[in-house]
Design a protein around this ligand. Structure first.
Ligand SMILES: N[C@@H](CCC[C@H](N)C(=O)O)C(=O)O
Length: 278
């Protein structure tokens, strides 16, 4: 099995090209590919398939030629992956499967069609509008954090840290506790602190994330979108730019129109090879 390895701000993926949908990628294969000792290593797998050739993408084939079949490293399927779309786009362009255009390359996902615009080493994606909808809480060890539920196509719980607590002090080696009746299919949990003002953004925050199905990752694009939406709301800003610093680098969320929500950041391919054990 040929593979390419890529990442967006350290959120890393094994990319498998399967243009005609011939590959039956099982959860066990995904777990094996993503294993950091016995496999290639990754937070997830991106299967590159023509929308028309995948049952989950076929409905969107008229709008987007390519479907991003995203899997978490535990083998589970997620509706959407913001960094995944950016890295997927980098793959399409660098392999001659799509041509960058100012209007954006449409990418089909289980959460709908996203538009990806290549801007040098950054890729900017028009995301599904986030929906902030309920209060919730997360727990890590003895600590409880009030949070806000946000639907970005996939589920998120955005929690501000108590005064004086640093992101570094959190133990995210195990899944945070959360209300399973609010998130029956699990949730990605973001922890946020305010950061020093920046000239290039209206708001600046730091964030760590524990992802459903992957554990702590160095960055999460939909998580950044959720955090950006909550930060703008809490600041009373109808629109604006939020810079989000994660352990793997910076992502930027811009809200510039009613349904204009953008995620921007680096997207890099680092290796190609052949996986021998699938
Ligand atoms: N890292 C991704 C999100 C991947 C899916 C998530 N773990 C889930 O299960 O919803 C991103 O960049 O958005």
């Amino acid at each position: 099995m040929r593979f390419t390895k890529g990442h967006g701000a350290g959120n890393d993926f094994v990319i498998v090209e399967d243009v005609d949908g011939a590959l039956d990628l099982t959860p066990a294969q995904v777990v094996a590919l993503c294993h950091r000792r016995f496999g290639i290593g990754g937070d997830g797998v991106l299967r590159v398939v023509r929308s028309a050739k995948d049952p989950a993408g076929a409905e969107l084939a008229g709008e987007a030629e390519w479907f991003m079949d995203y899997r978490n490293s535990d083998g589970s399927i997620a509706e959407m992956c913001g960094n995944g779309v950016r890295v997927f786009t980098r793959y399409l362009v660098s392999h001659g499967l799509a041509t960058p255009s100012p209007a954006g390359i449409p990418i089909a996902t289980r959460a709908g069609v996203m538009l990806a615009i290549v801007e040098g080493d950054q890729i900017r994606v028009r995301m599904k509008s986030p929906r902030v909808y309920a209060a919730g809480t997360a727990t890590t060890g003895p600590l409880t954090f009030p949070g806000v539920a946000v639907d970005c196509g996939n589920p998120h719980l955005v929690c501000g840290l108590h005064d004086g607590l640093s992101l570094d002090s959190l133990d995210l080696t195990t899944e945070p506790g959360f209300d399973r009746s609010l998130f029956p299919a699990g949730v990605n949990v973001e922890f946020v602190v305010t950061a020093a003002p920046l000239a290039e953004a209206d708001l600046h925050v730091g964030m760590r994330v524990h992802e459903r199905g992957s554990g702590e990752t160095l960055a999460c694009g939909t998580g950044a979108l959720a955090v950006g939406a909550v930060a703008l709301r809490d600041a009373g800003l109808a629109m604006g730019v939020v810079a989000i610093d994660l352990p793997g680098g910076r992502l930027t969320v811009t809200h510039d129109a009613e349904d204009g929500w953008w995620l921007s950041g680096p997207a890099v391919l680092v290796a190609t090879g052949e996986y021998l054990d699938a």
